[in-house]
Write a protein that binds this ligand. Structure first.
Ligand code: 13P
Length: 282
């Protein structure tokens, strides 16, 4: 059961108490490590790459790799464009075979976000792909280049947005931020509960790195179905490679290559366990 849409993967979580890990990848080794962890734990997953990272990992190279890895996986995998803002990039991802795209209009006025999301939804529909959007604004930026201020999601905005767009997944801002948390994450569960009661969409938590397993569980109980993780994987890779070079004199290239795969695998597996997606594949 290989490449699936985001809609399909999230629908399966309905009435269940697990979340699906959505792992940002920027290299072949990271793709291999994350897929290995998903197969080992029999977890459904989402493989994603963010528009802001394409300057390092061009979409025409990383995209086909992600789709091919998903097609060959032994568990369901959705392939997703994270934080898409430019229509040409979104279209390129869909042409490559991504089964889901995010349009991030979180910095736009609500009405403009609705109009532009609908435009992306029409485009994605032509490819049978799913759409994620964001309402409110998650703090930090997904490539660390900007320190974007967070704007907690208003329940009424989320409700209006979903009524007009019917997106497949809706990212919310409840105190979560991209990158490293400057202080202990203080997630607003009461707000999340109200959004969940008002909006029928599966909800998405960005900024998954640094959140405790206990907080993940509470998020899942209150409607979070997709959880994005990037920084934790990048940090694990750097830490493991650093320790390889400290402990081994002149490690060869392929020892380094295996080390990157092992780091991505370890980080992804820990998160799948925390999200309780183990054995939820089909
Ligand atoms: P982190 O880098 O904080 O894990 O956030 C990932 C993310 O939300 C990507 O959209």
């Amino acid at each position: 059961m290989p490449l699936v849409t985001l809609r399909e993967i999230l629908q399966k979580t309905d009435q269940s108490d697990y979340g699906v890990g959505s792992f940002n990848v920027v290299s072949m080794e990271m793709v291999m490590g994350v897929i290995r962890a998903a197969e080992e734990t029999f977890s459904p997953i989402i493989l994603q790459t963010a528009e802001a990272r394409l300057k390092h990992s061009p979409l025409n190279l990383i995209g086909p790799l992600m789709v091919e890895a998903a097609c060959k996986a032994k568990v369901p995998v959705a392939v997703h464009l994270d934080h898409g803002s430019q229509l040409e990039i979104i279209k390129q991802a869909l042409e490559i075979g991504f089964t889901s795209v995010m349009f991030d209009g979180s910095r736009l006025p609500l009405a403009v976000n609705i109009t532009k999301t609908l435009e992306v939804a029409r485009l994605a529909q032509g490819y049978g792909a799913s759409v994620e959007a964001e309402i409110g604004r998650v703090g930090g930026s997904e490539d660390g280049a900007e320190d974007i201020e967070m704007a907690i999601t208003q329940v009424q905005d989320a409700q209006t947005f979903f009524e007009h767009t019917g997106v497949d997944a809706l990212a919310v801002a409840i105190g979560n931020v991209h990158g490293v948390y400057k202080r202990e994450p203080n997630l607003q569960f009461a707000r999340l509960k109200d959004i969940h009661a008002a909006v029928a969409a599966p909800l998405v938590l960005h900024g998954g790195s640094g959140i405790t397993a206990q907080d993940f569980r509470q998020c899942i109980q209150h409607g979070i179905k997709k959880i994005n993780v990037q920084t934790a994987t990048l940090h694990k890779v750097v830490a493991k490679v650093r320790s390889l070079f400290q402990q081994t004199e002149n490690p060869d290239y392929f020892t380094y290559h295996e080390c990157v795969i092992a780091a991505a695998h370890e980080s992804a597996k820990d998160h799948m366990e925390a999200f309780q997606s183990v054995n939820q594949a089909w």
